[in-house]
Write a protein that binds this ligand. Structure first.
Ligand code: CO
Length: 516
């Protein structure tokens, strides 16, 4: 792109030269990232078990190269040049967004000393190993020293990155740009205050759907065929993606190669159905960026909260609605006649929406799920504010579970040790799950206002109009705005708990035949 001629300040696309220089390097970093992701995908799916050593080496080399290329001061000088007012004014909106978003990532990366990055990586592998042992023995004390160490490193990270008010904000910002504890704390307190009585009422209602309909053995090949059909109907593009099998489902990749995974249990068909719909929702987001921006921040997700809003919208609001199954339940009955022919849609729908306070977050229903997140958020916040010590977390965990969900974990494995996030060093990550749930309802309500006859379309199995609306309003803007601003632009309202709570009340009043 560059010709070294000082008089030529414009590149091929009319952008100033430092922009073309920057984007060339941004593309290179995106390519390295793509390589890392495909190595990771292979590791989780088909890699031979003994190849772990080789793969570890390969990943370390490629990731190390990527990090070096990323923190190159040359990139800083391109960014500086592009922030000059006269140069910046020559950029169009998308180019300016690319500079802003990449600048944020770059600033974060260069603020971390390499020694700290290495220490984090080293601690992560020992912490995961200790956590696995601790979880197996259901003994927090085995993991405690490593959590101490991880937490101390994360405190250092916050100091290096910097923050305006609270150290925790430096971590939140990584997953949900511009989100702060000052905004989150009242939002989540409000959510808890409204959710707890709803859960209590639903528990007291003693509504007892027949869950055995979901435990009937369904052969895996037919399950696979069925969930592939569903994800295709959502608009997930199998020419630019694929569906494989892993214990923990995930979505990985970008541009024209966005892969999803699911899992199959013969005696739990709901698991494959909802994890596939969930991941296909993530997949649609990753596949939904504009081609002209591929390999730049303008083809990257804005935040984890918005990412999760896409998966939850499809999984819960669509996938667990009676409307959706109006069309797809007869297809399920056709695929599994001996299992579902005699089961009325009403019973199936009640079973897939069963609400019950439970110990394990990833198995929680959509009503109790956010309370699991609030337990984790409150502990993280108290740790960063110095209100609790690492040693006290198992006890605080159990107290909060009792307070929010009315149940006390019998042991650490089913309590504080259940998630991989803290061993992996992910603090400030959990809140994005609850944010996703809140965003999802606000987005869906707006889609319903803007798409003619959306309800009838869904009842007829036509899912593409919704997918196209999400493409246009949520996916195409990519990283143009901050998440809370995108929410306001799209829905006309700031993020709030009301739409989500109203959605739950309406839905579960209907299913339970009560007034919430
Ligand atoms: Co997800």
């Amino acid at each position: 792109m560059t010709d070294g001629n000082e008089e030529h300040s414009e590149g091929g696309n009319g952008a100033p030269e430092p922009y073309d220089d920057l984007i060339e390097r941004v593309h290179e970093l995106a390519n390295l990232n793509g390589v890392v992701e495909m190595l990771e995908w292979d590791m989780e799916t088909y890699m031979p078990p003994k190849a772990h050593g080789d793969r570890g080496q390969q990943l370390a080399t490629v990731q190390g190269t990527r990090h070096e290329r990323f923190i190159d001061p040359q990139l800083g000088s391109y960014l500086d040049a592009l922030q000059e007012e006269s140069v910046n004014a020559q950029l169009d909106d998308a180019q300016r967004a690319n500079v802003r978003a990449f600048g944020r990532d770059y600033e974060r990366a260069v603020k971390l000393p390499s020694e700290l990055v290495r220490e984090l990586a080293k601690t992560k592998s020992t912490a995961i190993e200790a956590w696995l042992r601790a979880k197996k023995a259901s003994d927090f004390s085995i993991f405690a020293p490593l959590l101490e160490k991880t937490f101390a490193l994360k405190q250092r990270v916050a100091e290096c990155i910097g923050y305006e008010e609270a150290p925790y904000d430096a971590h939140l910002d990584e997953y949900e740009p511009n989100m702060t504890i000052a905004e989150l704390k009242p939002l989540f307190n409000d959510l808890r205050a409204k959710l707890v009585p709803i859960v209590e009422t639903l528990v007291d209602a003693e509504f007892d759907p027949d869950l055995s309909v979901l435990r009937q053995p369904c052969p895996v090949p037919e399950q696979r065929e069925f969930v592939t059909m569903l994800s295709r109907a959502m608009g997930y593009d199998y020419e630019r993606g694929r569906l494989d099998e892993t214990e923990h489902p995930f979505t990985i990749g970008a541009n024209d190669d966005v892969r999803i995974t699911t899992h199959y249990y013969e005696e739990n068909i709901a698991s494959a159905i909802f994890s596939t719909i969930h991941e296909a929702g993530h997949g649609l987001y990753q596949q939904g960026f504009l081609r002209e921006h591929f390999r730049t921040p303008m083809a990257e997700p804005i935040s984890l909260g918005i990412h999760e809003s896409q998966s939850r919208l499809w999984e819960n609001i669509i996938g667990r609605s009676e409307r959706f199954w109006h069309h797809y339940y007869p297809k399920l009955q056709e695929t599994f006649p001996s299992q579902f022919r005699e089961v009325p849609l009403r019973d199936f729908h009640a079973a897939i929406n069963h609400v019950e306070p439970s110990l394990i977050r990833i198995e929680a229903d959509e009503v109790t799920y956010n309370l699991h997140i609030l337990v984790r958020f409150d502990i993280e916040r108290m740790l960063f504010e110095g209100e609790v010590e690492i040693q006290e977390t198992p006890q605080v965990w159990n107290e909060l579970m009792e307070k929010y969900l009315g149940i006390t974990p019998p042991n650490d494995a089913k309590g504080v040790l259940q998630d991989v996030h803290w061993p992996t060093g992910l603090f400030g990550y959990f809140p994005t799950y609850a944010l996703g749930n809140l965003y999802s309802v606000q987005f869906y309500n707006t889609a319903r206002e803007e798409i003619d006859g959306l309800d009838a379309k869904i009842a007829a199995g036509e899912l593409l109009p919704l997918k196209q609306w999400l493409n246009e309003h949520i996916h195409h803007p990519a990283r143009m705005y901050f998440p809370n601003d995108l929410c306001e632009r799209v829905t006309g309202q700031r993020l709030s708990t009301d739409p989500f709570i109203e959605y739950l009340k309406e839905k579960y009043s209907g299913i339970y035949g009560i007034t919430l």
